[in-house]
Design a protein around this ligand. Sequence first.
Ligand code: CUA
Length: 344
Amino acid sequence: MKPPVRVINWASLIGALAAGLAGCSAKYPMDTLSNGSDFARRIHSIYVAVNLIDFIIMLIVLGVMFAAIFWFSTRVGEPGEPSTVTSDIRLEVAWTAIPALILVFITVPTIRTIWATQPDHWSPDTLTIKVIAHQWWWEFQYPQYGIDTADEVHLQAGRMVHFSMQSADIIHSFWIPTLGGKRDVVPGQINSITYTPDQLGEFYGQCVEFCGDSHANMRLRGFVQTKDDFDKWVKQQQSPPVTPTEGSAAAGAQIFANAPCAICHTVKGISGFSKQYAGNFKGPDLTHFGSRTTLAGSILDNTPENLAKWIQDPDKVKPGANMPTLGLQGKDLNDLVAYLESLK
Ligand code: CUA
């Protein structure tokens, strides 16, 4: 027997409320309510101010509405004629002018924030990161340091960062909620976002413009580090790749060089992306792949098991992925995994 409609509605309402509240709790990493940069804090203060204004307006409107209901309604036994008033110019003016004034009131801090969060000049010390969005992963180049990495972007706490962003294919959108506002990444155009992260930690991000089959699998991580840790990371990324000389990893290096991997993926000094063979399907730079915590668009933790799963059937992990299935099995697969994981 079907439950009554009213019961279903209450159940779904409570479910939606629970999910909404759970989404707000600090346990979930895609969090816009905790602020990890000047940019995020400015947006948050507007958010709080506008909500406060809205709440006060709601109280006034509800108060007036209930007062009107109780004051002007006909009492039992009271003879009453329905009102014949069809318009009131004072009311018309009031309910046009007041919302317009409220909008103006909200517009001023909003525009001030837009200007403040989109500086057109920055100090020479600013960390510059070139972001290139691909279906479905993020490329991060650090021109000041000669680093090219993927899906995990490292930042220095207290140092302004300027992301200069473009797309290799279609429109994507860059967003690390805790660190600041989102920005569309558009082919043929450079968009930018500039902020100073000040909260240490690992922050989750996500592409927020629908970009095909694996849009939801186009994630990223932002690591905000102390100066010492950031410098250490830079040094490690600048170092030449490990060249294993024996064991499984050495055999894997041979497989990497002979399989089509090397057409799309760069391991500095060993292989490089070849536009002639790969077209636009560039794959992430793997020079220090083993040092990353995630793989495949940051959807899997970087473990040998997950890497094997990914290489065996990329399309199953990330539907529509441009990486082909190579048909590697058994020892060959294990050797290749050992090599890639050794690239610390
Ligand atoms: Cu890239 Cu959605």
